[in-house]
Design a protein around this ligand. Structure first.
Ligand code: UDX
Length: 439
């Protein structure tokens, strides 16, 4: 009998994981407490924008292999392997991760596990969480030691989530002695036969692989953004600097794009949770540099607002600002900790009238910042603007020309927050042009 899988939590991680596992041929039951989300997923509609996901949900749904439910009882009865994919957001008023959803899931699922099965944590958690959960499960599950736990962190990027799930750079699984490794090798057999490397380790290392990978990526972005600050102070150009240092293979070009910095549902909260957990472990000094990584990242947002203010003669009071972009990155409608929206809100705070346009994230943006104005198109956002800010590097914005923008705006002023526009072209087009880390 092929293994039957459940995926508990159908956010960015779980919805994609469920659809991809069904596409690999498994029978999959997705579980979420949100009834309307479950109904939408069953109709083939993801609750967020992810390229290719609606098509994949529809295709796998039509085979009958992928179903969704709100019932954990049904899931416990159905599954040989239960993937835990619930969120671990930042705790309000603290740097630490909120593990409420993880523990609530384990508390609810555990007592229903009457037959041997494998529980697999995929959520990003502080190191030390898995061992606590494993002990809990053995105590509360009627199947006792027949219930095993593995930790299998996920490295998917939004916008490339399907590709990253079926062709990951590596699989990492944290296990204790038992059959968990063999079971996960069966689940991921297709990936392993494609040559995907697998790292089998203990719980703590598996948990740390995830947070240290995100800490490294955040540090790389903040490194180049720190260089951007020095470039601004010295008249150098960070885009050329990044190109030049990136040719060194030890450094590489990827994740070296200077600009408004990182946001989203992972990097910001993960580095903060990492610092909080390291502090608890008495290893806070080891990752204290992440405070600086965070601070550099947040300073880029403030600097972008400074540039807009400087372009407008020292005050934003009464200025009409066009903000191009709301999502934390292109090809996503995710506005969690979005640098673009935090700049838009800061402009408004200083008295500007702010009109935001984003190709996909208008709904989520309006829910988070209902007091900003939203335009229906780029042209509507640019109309009669005194200053334009490019805040998310959607192709549509990178292709904007000074001729088209110039015909719409009142004042020819632009801040390129993502270093995707050609400064000479915009200056030749009569624009006062500023960009982060460039002369
Ligand atoms: C990230 C990790 O890449 C992924 O492995 C992990 O599982 C979850 O967190 P994601 O949040 O989807 O994925 O976005 P990513 O593409 O990594 O970008 C993160 C942020 O960094 C975005 O705001 C992006 O605009 C910014 N970024 C990225 C830069 O500012 N410069 C860069 O060079 C790269």
């Amino acid at each position: 009998m092929p293994l039957r899988l459940t995926v508990i939590g159908t956010g960015y991680l779980g919805a994609v994981h469920a659809a991809c596992m069904a596409d690999l041929g498994f029978e999959v039951l997705g579980v979420d407490r949100d009834q309307s989300r479950v109904e939408a997923l069953a109709r083939g509609e993801a609750p967020f924008f992810e390229p290719g996901l609606n098509e994949l949900l529809a295709r796998t749904g039509a085979t009958g292999r992928l179903r969704f439910t709100t019932s954990l009882e049904e899931a416990a009865e159905f599954g040989d392997v239960h993937f835990i994919c619930v969120g671990t957001p930042q705790l309000p008023g603290s740097h630490a991760a909120d593990l409420g959803q993880v523990y609530a899931t384990i508390d609810a699922l555990g007592p229903l596990l009457t037959r041997p099965c494998l529980v697999v944590g995929k959520s990003t958690v502080p190191v030390g969480t898995a061992v606590t959960i494993a002990e809990k499960l053995v105590h509360v599950a009627p199947a006792g030691a027949g219930v095993e736990l593995a930790w299998n962190p996920e490295f998917l990027r939004e916008g490339f989530a399907i590709e990253d799930t079926v062709h990951p750079d590596r699989l990492v699984i944290g296990v204790q002695a038992g059959s968990a490794e063999a079971t996960l090798r069966e689940v991921y057999a297709a990936l392993l036969s494609d040559g995907v490397p697998i790292v089998v380790t203990d719980y703590a290392t598996a948990e740390l692989v995830k947070v240290s990978a995100n800490a490294f990526l955040a540090t790389k972005i903040s490194f180049i953004n720190a260089m951007a600050e020095v470039c601004e102070a010295s008249g150098a150009d960070v885009t050329v600097l990044a190109q030049a240092i990136g040719y060194d293979e030890r450094i590489g070009h990827r994740f070296l794009r200077a600009g408004l910095g990182f946001g989203g549902g992972c990097l910001p909260k993960d580095i903060r949770a990492f610092m909080a957990r390291a502090d608890e472990l008495g290893a806070g000094d080891a990752v204290a540099f992440l405070n600086e990584v965070d601070a550099i990242n947040l300073r880029r947002r403030a600097r972008t607002v400074d540039m807009a203010r400087e372009l407008c003669g020292g005050s934003l009071q009464g200025v009409t600002a066009a903000c191009l972009g709301a999502a934390f990155k292109p090809n996503s409608d995710d506005v969690r900790d979005s640098p673009a929206l935090s700049v838009a809100a800061a402009l408004q705070e200083e008295g500007a009238t702010v009109r935001v346009y984003d190709p996909k994230a208008m709904g989520p943006a309006a829910r988070q910042f209902p007091d900003l104005l939203y335009a229906e198109s780029v042209d509507e956002a640019l109309a009669a603007a005194d200053v334009v800010l490019l805040l998310t590097e959607w192709d549509e914005f990178a292709q904007l020309t000074p001729e088209r923008a110039g015909a719409l705006v009142t004042q020819r002023r632009i801040v390129d927050g993502r270093n995707v526009l050609n400064p000479a072209q915009w200056r030749d087009g009569g624009f006062a042009f500023r960009a982060l880390g460039r002369p």
